[in-house]
Design a protein around this ligand. Structure first.
Ligand SMILES: Cc1cc2nc3c(=O)[nH]c(=O)nc-3n(C[C@H](O)[C@H](O)[C@H](O)COP(=O)(O)OP(=O)(O)OC[C@H]3O[C@@H](n4cnc5c(N)ncnc54)[C@H](O)[C@@H]3O)c2cc1C
Length: 405
């Protein structure tokens, strides 16, 4: 299957054929064979849709920092809004995050946050009424939520430092404070806001509808990555919400920890996807671009980089498959999630840098896609806990010594 001809390296007298991404054989460890037949068929159908409909179309939106509502509607038809609650295996869900990231990293961030942190939180921690009200629209992608934890003055130290407050006033809660970097906040129907209850000091989760007086979300522009995702600064100026908007299962922050651990792991799937994309593009380019009278793919140093990117991508994917195995058995802990997130994003950063260089000057313009990945990888490295913070979570677990403070 992987002979020279199939790999597109054979030249004939005729004009060379275009070698377009993706390269499905990049899954050298045959990970998709681990899926049961029904999920494998769904996976292949959705991968085809993502590559044909989303990948190329996303570039213009990324350049313009615009949200592609039409593409989201198409993604809804393939059930990407309901992965958390449709009974899919952890492996299938993870491979979906990988394939969406392979097509566009911003949209994979949207799909991941939506499923893991919005649908997941309401499904696990919400009241029956909250589930009835929000889940159907969310699962159909006709409604969106934003996950509002980070603040202007508290990122890595948010768990201890969170300063947004919640005060009980009769049958209402009054929320005051500010949030930063919140994905989809300018377009979402509500934000899931984490605030400290003035009465007992606990951090609690609240559904704050975006049309409430005192709520404003301002888009953060000029980002170097994830440009399709509409990240925003949120100001909460004495926003009043009814008592029943508190998530009953999130009356203490520790209850959200399992979901935060899973969402940290989700970034590892994204990191695998961005590397598969980098390989797809680097391989195609190296088979088409000619210098010194032959394709770049014939030069040893170029082959080294292709092999390194592919190796990094498969190492990341294989690591995440093992994570899914542990997760499916209900045994995933923060140490494994942090290790996988840190390791795969470190490899991703290296892979896209090689890919960028392999395209020479054309690696500098998003017209050739690689520059888009180059910017997006930086976000994977930093959000859901920075590389450094996740590394210290791992080392703390295995030494018993905390290096945070
Ligand atoms: C594009 C994007 C999307 C995001 N989406 C969301 C979202 O939807 N919802 C949300 O709530 N948040 C979101 N975030 C926030 C993200 O999780 C934070 O940016 C991240 O946790 C880092 O926090 P910070 O930016 O405040 O950096 P800081 O905490 O200020 O850290 C700055 C640097 O210092 C290092 N550092 C900090 N403390 C230590 C220490 N003790 N030891 C060693 N090094 C340390 C960090 O590793 C980092 O390199 C998003 C961020 C970005 C950039």
């Amino acid at each position: 299957m992987l002979d020279e001809k199939a790999a597109g390296t054979v030249t004939s007298g005729a004009a060379p054929e275009r070698v377009l991404p993706p390269y499905p054989e990049a899954d050298l460890m045959h990970v998709i064979d681990l899926l049961p037949a029904e999920e494998r068929a769904r996976y292949l159908e959705i991968r085809e849709f993502l590559q044909t409909r989303i990948r190329a179309a996303s570039i213009d939106y990324w350049n313009r920092e615009e949200f592609p509502f039409g593409l989201l509607a198409d993604m809804a038809k393939y059930g990407l809004g309901g992965l958390q609650t449709d009974g899919s295996s952890k492996l299938f869900k993870g491979l979906m995050y990988t394939e969406v990231a392979r097509a566009d990293v911003s949209l994979s961030a949207l799909v991941g946050i939506h499923n893991e942190l919005i649908v997941g939180m309401i499904d696990e921690l919400g009241s029956p009424e909250q589930k009835r009200k929000w889940l159907p629209g969310l699962e159909a992608f006709t409604q969106l939520g934003a996950f509002a934890l980070t603040e202007p003055d508290h990122g890595s130290d948010i768990a201890g430092g969170l300063s947004t407050t919640a005060r009980r006033d009769g049958g209402e809660w009054v929320i005051s404070g500010a949030k930063r970097w919140i994905g989809a906040a300018t377009i979402a129907d509500f934000a899931l806001v984490w605030a400290r209850d003035e009465a007992d000091g606990h951090i609690k989760g609240f559904i704050v509808e975006s049309d409430r007086p005192g709520y404003t979300a301002t888009k953060i522009s000029n980002k170097i990555g994830l440009r399709i995702m509409q990240n925003a600064d949120i100001v909460l100026d004495e926003v009043r919400i009814p008592e029943e908007n508190l998530l009953p299962g999130a009356a203490e922050f520790s209850r959200a920890n399992d979901l935060l651990r899973d969402s940290r792991a989700w970034v590892g799937w994204q990191a695998a996807g961005i590397q598969l994309a980098a390989f797809d593009i680097a391989r195609s380019y190296s088979l088409e671009r000619r210098q010194f009278g032959k394709e770049l793919a014939r030069f040893q140093l170029v082959q080294q980089q292709l092999a390194d990117i592919l190796g990094n991508a498969n190492a990341s994917l294989s690591m995440m498959v093992e994570l899914a195995r542990i997760q499916q058995a209900g045994k995933l802990q923060m140490v494994q999630a942090a290790m996988c997130k840190a390791t795969t994003t470190r490899l991703a950063r290296s892979s896209v840098a090689m890919g960028r260089s392999l395209l020479g000057g054309n690696g500098i313009t998003t017209d050739y896609e690689m520059a888009k990945l180059f910017g997006d990888a930086e976000i994977l490295y930093t959000y859901e806990g920075s590389y450094e913070i996740n590394s210290m979570i791992v080392a703390r677990a295995v030494t018993g010594k905390s290096a945070f403070v």
